[in-house]
Design a protein around this ligand. Structure first.
Ligand SMILES: [Zn+2]
Length: 155
């Protein structure tokens, strides 16, 4: 199934964040209307000294450059963790058609958990959302990242 295929691709990008940059392992890939990869990203906040360098923003920025357009019409963003408020609003601004995420984020998730910014009828664009794709694995990966940092056994 395509959604699981691309979620696994996002997992691989998250692994790079952790392995190569010691960043929180969140990965994102943006797929164009014709099924082509337009942008890939992982968290780069620490490496780039950039508070806005979440995986989703990095992928969207790359896709905008690839398309030569700030609007990412008809695109689908796959991300391993539910986007925060900043990334949710960037998805709305970019007119992304569809969002697929893995683990829900009960602390800062803005796509249904704490806020629901991508579906708010007061915005001039709404994003179709599918959450929980390979969600258990996505959640376990993040849990284990933080457990390993604290020297605790993995789950
Ligand atoms: Zn974010």
């Amino acid at each position: 199934m395509d959604d699981e295929y691309w979620m696994r691709h996002a997992f691989a990008l998250a692994d790079r964040a952790e392995r190569e940059f010691d960043e929180i392992p969140v990965g994102a890939v943006l797929i164009g209307a014709d099924g082509q990869v337009l942008g890939e990203g992982w968290n780069r906040n620490i490496a780039d000294h950039d508070p806005s360098a979440h995986a989703e923003i990095v992928a969207m920025r790359q896709a905008g450059g690839a398309l030569g357009n700030h609007r990412l019409v008809g695109c689908t963003l796959y991300v391993t963790l539910e986007p925060c408020a900043m990334c949710a609003m960037a998805l709305v601004h970019a007119r992304v058609a569809r969002l697929v995420f893995g683990a829900s984020d009960p602390k800062t998730g803005a796509c249904g958990s704490v806020f629901d910014l991508v579906a708010d009828p007061r915005h001039n664009h709404r994003v179709e959302v599918v959450g929980g794709v390979l969600g258990d694995e996505a959640g376990r990966r993040l849990t284990n990242y933080f457990r390993a940092k604290r020297g605790r056994p993995l789950v």
